[in-house]
Ligand binder design. Structure first.
Ligand SMILES: Nc1ncnc2c1ncn2[C@@H]1O[C@H](COP(=O)(O)OP(=O)(O)OP(=O)(O)O)[C@@H](O)[C@H]1O
Ligand SMILES: [Mg+2]
Length: 243
């Protein structure tokens, strides 16, 4: 793997959803050109309905009906996707939900699952079923499942919405810790500007219809500064309120 080599290259000429019943055809994305550097934490933001999830689904390969292409660099084969809802299997325990994503021939599966559950603070809930967990704990389990494969690319679509502030803050701190331990290339969608500043090394704003990139800014904060409220608020002002 070469430093500075792009991990993901996105070139979307156009993404149109066809007309359904009364709803006319919709051109959602147009001219989105984005090179994601290896190891960067790219936060995607923009108004509701502008096409953020559509873009993430295209990058994930879940939507192939568009004009353009997405290419991945070397060593980007392991991809995790964390959705807005935790999407845990209700008939499996926390531990089983996490181990499910590992290859069958993974030799140290048990150790890896135990280690990641300890890191996200769920060791004691390992044998619990998802319905017994709070939403915050379910999100921790989903985070453990995303990280247990040691992904090269991590796609996250508003993974911390509708949590109370302390739970969301502790998950963000956890994500920063996991990412610092093992940097991976992240594309993270959020509406939350504080969250965007806390996490991003690069902030991309989408806007217009069809959407294109209207802002592309670096966020130069150290891991400690990302947990410092004043620093984060200053950067939020700089990124979102100076225009
Ligand atoms: N399967 C679909 N069929 C038709 N239209 C769709 C489909 N999925 C999304 N759209 C439309 O495409 C546009 C972009 O949707 P998308 O979900 O990507 O927005 P978003 O930026 O993620 O919004 P939000 O912030 O609310 O999650 C919206 O107008 C939406 O109604
Ligand atoms: Mg969305």
């Amino acid at each position: 793997m070469k430093q500075g080599e792009p991990a993901i290259q996105v070139s979307i000429k156009q993404k149109v959803f066809p007309a359904i019943a009364e709803r006319p055809e919709q051109a959602v994305l147009g001219g989105v050109e984005l090179t994601v550097e290896r190891g960067s934490f790219v936060v995607l933001t923009g108004p509701s309905g502008c096409g953020k999830s559509t873009l993430l689904n295209i990058v994930a390969g879940l939507d192939t009906d568009y004009q353009g292409n997405v290419t991945f660099g070397a060593d980007t084969g392991k991809l995790s996707f964390m959705f807005q809802t935790p999407r845990l299997l209700p008939w499996r325990t926390v531990e089983e939900n996490v181990s499910l994503v590992l290859d069958e021939d993974c030799k140290d599966a048990e150790e890896r699952v135990a280690a990641i559950l300890a890191r996200v603070g769920l060791s004691e809930a390992a044998n619990a079923y998802p319905e017994r967990l709070s939403l915050g704990m379910q999100r921790r389990a989903a985070l453990a499942r995303a990280f247990v494969i040691e992904p090269d690319v991590l796609l996250m679509d508003e993974p911390f919405v509708s949590l109370d502030d302390p739970s969301a803050d502790s998950l963000r701190a956890l994500l920063i810790e996991l990412w610092n331990r093992r940097p991976t290339t992240v594309l993270f969608v959020t509406h939350d500007r504080i969250e965007a500043v806390m996490l991003a090394t690069r902030l991309i704003r989408l806007g217009g219809r069809p959407a294109r990139i209207v802002q592309d800014s670096g966020v130069d904060l150290s891991p400690d500064e990302r947990l410092d409220r004043e620093k984060v608020l200053a950067w939020r002002m700089r990124l979102f309120e100076s225009a």
